[in-house]
Design a protein around this ligand. Sequence first.
Ligand SMILES: [Zn+2]
Ligand SMILES: [Zn+2]
Length: 242
Amino acid sequence: MERREILDLHTHTVASGHAYCTLREMAKAASEKGLKVLGITEHAPKMPGTCHNYYFHNLKVVPRQMYGITLLLGAELNILDFDGNVDLSQRELENLDVVIASIHGPCIVKGTREDYTRAYLKVMENPYVNIIGHPDDSRYPSDYEQVIQGAKKYHKVIEMNNHSLSPQSFRKGAEENDREILSLCKELEVPVVLSSDAHMDTKIGDFTYIYPFLKEVNFPEELILNYSIEALRPYLNRFPQE
Ligand SMILES: [Zn+2]
Ligand SMILES: [Zn+2]
C-alpha cells in the first residue's frame, strides 16, 4: 500500500500579505484533505507586506486543534545576510512550533555561491531553525554537498517544495537542483519534508510535482517526514499538547 502524507508544514495565510485565505479556512481545508497536521508559517517581518512581529508574539491565543487537526504555528524566516542572521529574535523564535529559514530576493543582497552556502550553514547553527526552505532556487545557488552535510551535522530538515516545481514558480532550475539535493540527502541520510508552500487553501497537501523526482532517485521513504508525527517530532521546536 502507498503511504500517505499526513502533514504539510509550510503554508501561508492572508497575514503573509500575498496569500489569500484565513487560518480557519486553511485548517478546514487541511482537515478535508485528510491531513493530521498543518503548519502555518507566515513570512517573517522583513518580507514586504507581511505581518508585524506582534503577530508572532500573540500566537498563544490560537487553538492548536481545529477541525480535528493539529495546527503548528511558526514562521518562514528570511535569511538576511551571509552570517545567517534572521528577522525574528531568539526570544521570539523560542515560542514557535516550527521554523523554516529561506532565502528570498527582497530580503538579502546579491551574493556568490560561496556567500549563499555560508548563509545556509550559518543559519543552521541556530537551534530554533528546523527546516531549510526551498534551497532549490538557482537565483541563490549554493554548494549542495556542504549544505546537506551541514543539515546532517546540525540536525536540520531539507525541504522539497512543491511550488518550486510548479509551472507558476519564479524559482529557476528547481528540477535539476532537486535531483541533486535528493541524491545527496539519500546518500548522507538526511531527512526531507515535502511542503506545498500553499498561499491558497486549494494547494494544501499538494506534492504532486515532487513525486516523479522521489521516484527517479528511488528516495527512501524512511527519510521522508510526512508520514508520521513521531518521525517529525524530534525535528520541531515544540509540538502542541493534545
Ligand atoms: Zn519562501
Ligand atoms: Zn513560503
